[in-house]
Design a protein around this ligand. Structure first.
Ligand SMILES: *Cc1c(COP(=O)(O)O)cnc(C)c1O
Length: 339
């Protein structure tokens, strides 16, 4: 099966499983798990931050991060299409009593400074929530957000005494795509959430990095949210393995996505709407959406029409260049039968 639904579908290979089996463990709620401590320290170092904290999911890592910045009745500025706003069940509002202020994205995925400025509430007026945080995302729907913009937005936020958080679920893809270091991409932010269960290929886990004070705050919220894990070193070992072995190869996923986009663009009936890092966005006529999905599944290709008739195809470490060519072939043969 070639699975292009997401980069979350990767399965740990033999070497990663061996690292998990060999992991030294302890009770991490008591701070005793050496593998977790090593992963947190390595990730923090990689991101150029003081401290790190291991979470079961990116959703929880983002939420605990936002809760470390904001209290009840506070507000965070966030993109209309951001994961932390749109795809996390409204957790900041539901569980944190923190109001999101969604902002319309510009065409390049950034949140224009003028829109941020207009959304900040007057301080001290009890009519308003207190604006406390700017949350950005990079990559955002596969797109690398321009670093010049990020530096400018973070400086703007600081002038307004806002914290700055990055949902960096795929910040390692941004690093691979730009050649910038992860530390450089994380430098403008107080906190960054980094996923190991996406392109990096670990089965589970995210690390929140930031200053010691913010990470201490997030640790308390992690426990409250039910994310205090015990011998989680078996999971941290997979993430450590990913950090040491799977960063460099992300460029291959991007090259495979480009190849996929080029191949699909040649097929009559398929419109390629865009490609960025490891994601390809395509659309087909609505009446083809379900039959194409069923045909592809029958041929051993899993695709997911997530945006109506539009779909997002994602490359990852279980998709080879040959798999990309096979996937293009399956699209081609479906549309050949429709002619
Ligand atoms: C996957 C993802 C997350 C976290 O998701 P989990 O499934 O909870 O690990 C956060 N932000 C973005 C942009 C993501 O793609």
């Amino acid at each position: 099966m070639i699975d292009l639904r997401s980069d979350t579908v990767t399965r740990p290979g033999a070497a990663m499983r061996a690292a998990m089996a060999a992991a030294e463990v302890g009770d991490d709620v008591m701070g005793d798990d050496p593998s977790v401590l090593r992963l947190q320290a390595r990730t923090a170092e990689c991101a150029g931050k003081e401290a790190g904290l291991f979470f079961p999911t990116g959703t929880q890592s983002n939420l605990a991060g936002i809760m470390a910045h904001c209290g009840r009745g506070d507000e965070y500025l966030v993109g209309q299409l951001a994961h932390t706003y749109k795809y996390e069940g409204g957790g900041a509002a539901v569980l944190g009593s923190i109001q999101p202020q969604p902002i319309e994205h510009a065409d390049d995925g950034s949140l224009p400074i003028a829109r941020l400025a207009a959304a900040i509430k007057p301080l001290g007026d009890p009519h308003y929530a207190r604006t406390r945080l700017l949350a950005l995302e990079n990559t955002c729907h596969g797109r690398v957000i321009p670093q010049d913009y990020i530096v400018e937005a973070a400086a703007f936020a600081r002038r307004h005494e806002l914290g700055v958080h990055l949902d960096g679920a795929r910040v390692c893809n941004a690093a691979a795509a730009t050649g910038k270091s992860i530390a450089d991409l994380c430098a403008p932010f107080d906190t960054v959430s980094i996923c190991f269960s996406k392109g990096l290929g670990a089965p589970v886990g995210s690390v929140l990095v930031g200053s010691r004070a913010l990470i201490d705050g997030a640790r308390r919220w992690r426990k409250v949210l039910g994310g205090g894990m015990r011998q989680s070193g078996v999971l941290a070992a997979a993430a450590l393995y990913a950090l040491e072995n799977n960063l460099q190869r992300l460029a291959q996923d991007h090259a495979n996505a480009e190849r996929l986009a080029r191949g699909l663009a040649e097929i009559e009936g398929v419109t390629v709407n865009g490609q960025a890092t490891n994601m390809v966005f395509v659309s087909v006529a609505p009446e083809h959406s379900a039959p194409l999905g069923a045909y592809a599944a029958g041929q051993g290709l899993a695709i997911n029409p997530v945006y109506g008739a539009a779909m997002r195809l994602v490359t990852h470490l279980d998709v080879s260049e040959a798999d990309v060519d096979r996937a293009v072939g399956i699209f081609k043969s479906y549309f050949a039968t429709q002619a």
